[in-house]
Design a protein around this ligand. Structure first.
Ligand SMILES: [Ca+2]
Ligand SMILES: [Ca+2]
Length: 208
């Protein structure tokens, strides 16, 4: 009897691996599904804006910090503090951005309108991130990319590197005192004069 029981138990034990392995596979499959879902969720949460500043994920909300204005996937800050081109650039960088680089006619149009709205006096002018301080006449944006001449908005006879200024004219401002015919309002002036400025940076997500 002892032997029969032992054989019965053995036959039950032989059935164990069958349903046990099915359960195991189901548990493994469930674990895998949960892991993939969790990874996808974390990946979406941690997604960053692309280099163009446009969000790829539809569930992130472009947002600018207080004082910065959202436009076309970028954030803009119009500083009304007068300072040199270099000091203005340092201030922009401290805020996580840089002096503005203008990549399109549409962007120039937006800035031209906003600058006019921000002006207190006729001669109020704003620094942009364009300079020929490394090599005279070779205009570079703050990211070292060359100025595309088809997207240049020089006012009248500018840039003229006015010859009677000892330090030369190597930094660019937007000025409106003579108006902006066809958005053309850029002028090269000495980098050391004190002007207002426009900073730019990529948008951040709506999450904290
Ligand atoms: Ca110059
Ligand atoms: Ca000039």
């Amino acid at each position: 009897q002892v032997k029969l029981l032992t054989e019965g138990q053995r036959s039950q034990q032989r059935e164990w691996p069958c349903w046990f392995s099915v359960l195991c596979w189901q548990l493994l499959l469930l674990l895998f599904t949960v892991s993939v879902s969790f990874y996808t969720f974390i990946h979406v949460l941690s997604s960053k804006p692309s280099s163009s500043g446009v969000y790829i994920k539809s569930d992130t909300c472009p947002k600018c910090e207080e004082g910065w204005e959202l436009h076309g996937g970028k954030c803009y800050y119009f500083s009304t503090r007068d300072s040199s081109w270099y000091q203005s650039r340092d201030d922009c960088r401290r805020g996580g951005g840089d002096l503005v680089k203008i990549d399109s006619r549409e962007e120039q149009s937006f800035l031209e309108v906003r600058v006019r709205q921000k002006m207190n006096k006729d001669d109020d002018s704003f620094w942009i991130g364009l300079t020929d301080s490394k090599e005279e006449g070779k205009w570079l944006w703050v990211d070292d990319s060359p100025l595309n001449t088809s997207l240049a908005f020089w006012s009248g006879t500018q840039p003229n590197n006015y010859p009677y200024v000892p330090e030369g004219e190597d930094c660019v401002m937007m000025e409106m005192k003579r108006g902006a015919d066809d958005l053309k309002c850029w002028n090269d002036v000495p980098c050391i004069i004190s002007l207002k400025s426009i900073c730019e940076k990529l948008v951040s997500t709506g999450r904290v």
